[in-house]
Design a protein around this ligand. Structure first.
Ligand code: ADP
Ligand code: MG
Length: 338
């Protein structure tokens, strides 16, 4: 059974960034206003995420990493349950099967923090021979998750990684997306042992300043607001997209559906086509879109390894968004030169 769990987990979490995505979403769901991320060896040696959210009750710690353990209400689940997983309560369980997991947490009504280690879904001792029970310790309100030696027991997966810097680049890209999207949340992301470098966004920063910090002033200075919705299709889209004065080498698409970062090659293709009429040949846009879609219209039961999301009336919704972008692009003076 353990082997099955391990294999299943290794298929869902293929790279460190997939584990981190789940941890970021958990921290945000817990109402955190600060997320600090530390990464060692592209996340293979260490992924550490410290939040200041609601914390986890001590009584919940023994079952925390069992499959389908979730504190999230059905309605909330449906609303949020898209992204890497089509089903819930599996992230921590999966991680515990393929890494050494340590959770330190302090809810606001607890006088101390509690620290627990996990292996293969269960509480485990910190060192062989010790007790597996959570231990009282000092700590601030919130939760710190340590994921160490990811894939230590999945050698084939481990060998598949070519470079730590490639894995770190994926992590920085993901953190950058959430740092733009999660207003009122402070983000930091650092490589272990490196001062300064990384992402640092204060909680007070507005969206444009977040884009300036994570991306560039060249982008932040050339943004148009997008705001479009439709009752019939049960969606609303808001965002900031580059105008025709900005022309990048690659399309940057920050896409959130119901506040989860997702991929959509259909949306990417459509926006590229929309911009093709406005940008010099080969020029690519920056697009940040936050879509709220009636959860009943989103397919949450996609295979867990599938990172794309499906929703009803996809073509119509994409067309409405692109029409809005096209209208706004058309109204901007593109004769300015720099
Ligand atoms: P899910 O998020 O689908 O509920 P997870 O395996 O990701 O499943 O997490 C299991 C449960 O652990 C969550 O429902 C939540 O109660 C708790 N949890 C995980 N991370 C945190 C966190 N950073 N702060 C507070 N609670 C957390
Ligand atoms: Mg989760």
């Amino acid at each position: 059974e353990d082997v099955v769990n391990k294999i299943a987990a290794g298929e869902i979490i293929v790279a460190p960034v997939h584990a981190l995505k789940e941890l970021i979403e958990n921290a945000v769901d817990a109402g955190s206003t600060s997320l600090e991320i530390l990464v060692k060896d592209g996340g293979l040696k260490l992924l550490q995420i410290t939040d200041n959210g609601a914390g986890i009750q001590k009584d919940d710690l023994p079952v925390l990493c069992e499959r389908f353990t979730t504190s999230k209400l059905k309605a909330f689940e449906d609303l949020q349950a898209i992204g890497t997983y089509g089903f819930r309560g599996e992230a921590l369980a999966s991680i515990s099967h393929i890494a050494h997991l340590t959770v330190t947490t302090k809810p606001s009504d607890s006088s101390c923090a509690w620290k627990a280690h996990y292996a293969s879904g269960k509480l485990a001792p910190a060192k062989p021979g010790q007790a597996a029970d959570p231990k009282a310790c000092a700590g601030r309100q919130g939760t710190q998750i340590l994921v160490e030696d990811l894939f230590y027991n999945v050698p084939t997966r481990r060998r598949a990684f070519r470079s730590a810097s490639e894995e770190y680049a994926k992590i920085a890209e993901l953190v950058g997306k959430y740092a733009v999207h999660c207003k009122a949340v402070a983000f930091s992301c650092k490589k272990h042992g490196e001062a300064g470098a990384g992402i640092a966004v204060p909680g007070t920063a507005g969206v444009k300043d977040r884009i300036r910090t994570v991306h560039s002033s060249a982008i932040a200075n050339e943004l148009l607001e997008v705001d479009v919705g439709n009752r019939q299709y049960g969606f609303k889209a808001e965002g900031l997209v580059s105008n025709a004065n900005y022309s990048g080498k690659r399309t940057t698409l920050l896409l959130f559906i119901n506040h989860r970062s997702v991929e959509s090659s259909a949306i990417k293709k459509a926006v590229e086509q929309t911009y093709a009429m406005f940008l010099p040949k080969g020029g690519k846009p920056f697009v940040y879109l936050s879509l709220d879609i009636d959860p009943a219209r989103v397919d949450v039961n996609v295979h867990p390894t599938k990172r794309e999301v499906n929703f009803l009336n996809e073509d119509e919704i994409i067309e409405l968004i692109c029409d809005d972008v096209r209208d706004r692009l058309g109204k901007v003076d593109t004769s300015r030169t720099f």
